[in-house]
Design a protein around this ligand. Sequence first.
Ligand code: NAD
Length: 453
Amino acid sequence: MDPFADTLRRLREAFGSGRTRPAEFRAAQLKGLGRFLRDNKQLLQEALLQDLHKSAFEAEVSEIRISQIEIDLALRNLRAWMKDEKVPKNLATQLDSAFIRKEPFGLVLIIAPWNYPVNLTLVPLVGALAAGNCVVLKPSEVSRSTEKILAEVLPRYLDQSCFAVVLGGPQETGQLLEHKFDYIFFTGNPRVGRIVMAAAAKHLTPVTLELGGKNPCYVDDDCDPQTVANRVAWFRYFNSGQTCVAPDYVLCSPDTQERLLPALQRAITRFYGEDPRSSPSLGRIISEKHFRRLRGLLGCGRVVIGGQSDESDRYIAPTVLVDVQETEPVMQEEIFGPILPIVNVRSLDEAIDFINRREKPLALYAFSNSNQVVKRVLAQTSSGGFCGNDGFMHMTLTSLPFGGVAHFTDGETEVLLCVIGRAQVCPTCSQLAAAGLTAVSHATVQVPVGWAA
Ligand code: NAD
């Protein structure tokens, strides 16, 4: 028996009726999503704490707030996005109307991962609803507590004739993928991305694949090691390293490595205290399977910072590895955990060559006091996103697109060049204040040094 057939038939009928098309209907769904976030904020925070030991701060800025920003953006722009777009005409069509009309695809499937289980489920959903589609949402079965809320509570806020949550792991998702959808939005690892793309190809269904990989981080000799260390550590260990755009490894000279190591130690201590295990700000590894995979990676190169682990708690300390060989597993697979290998290169040319010999990264980082150096890395490499002199700050701009090369951006790279010495006002603090979370002090959240309260 096919467990999905009835649901999919119902959604197709709803789409066929045209009810998802009017702006009012789309706006009502988006507002429902916003209410879901507001009404269930505490429930979501508790679920994220259970799934990933995510602090209230991280839950707020990287899950709830970011989803709300996307909803607000869609609500503000909905009518403009829906408008026909007039195009230039030729002599023969001067008296005619020529325009591009944006249409919903129809029935959209969203398959989500576990690492930001609210954000990476709801943000694609915002786009699909704003465009007037019916949606089947498949949250990750790995982040179980969040999955439960998405399955049991979220549907109450949306029109259930046009929207459904389905549950399951690889087997059920495989069954689901046998059906024809009009668009599939998948976020996950490249191995599963291939499975999704092959299933979509059978029906000629267009797909967006948001995948992972290894994100290089070049650190130039001409830099302030403490500023770089603060920023690299903040973005590497956020969500315990389980972030698709986290800096995956550092490329630098042996001299810069020597200056960077004590600075990284200071940054880690400042963010997580002397005993990171007891820090409420440090996440845990999502599952035993991933914990064991990461513990195996601790055997690569030489541990110079951290290295402790405890399976009972799925805890891995913020770790830095040196003397790492390119052929070791830690340099072959996406790390997706709180481990930062440093690979030595002798020059900028060698670093660029190292980056270009590998798969095009989802995100690429370059740190230098010299704008010339940062711009050379940008000019001579290719990546989905690029941030000069910071971690994944480019992700905070809704004005930049997001995605890896070839799967979404079609040859574009989203770029943010940060000023290394800028007087920074921590944007997350103002968001915290707006969210009534001012009770969370800087002592218990990781805020990069130099960011004013
Ligand atoms: P995953 O690919 O294991 O799982 C993602 C989804 O696919 C889940 O809903 C899961 O149920 C389903 N799935 C798993 N195996 C399947 C199979 N054999 N057939 C059909 N469906 C299957 O990914 P994950 O472990 O949840 O997430 C981690 C990966 O996602 C990392 O590689 C990370 O870089 C990537 N990621 C990318 C982005 C991005 O925006 N580019 C964002 C977050 C995570």
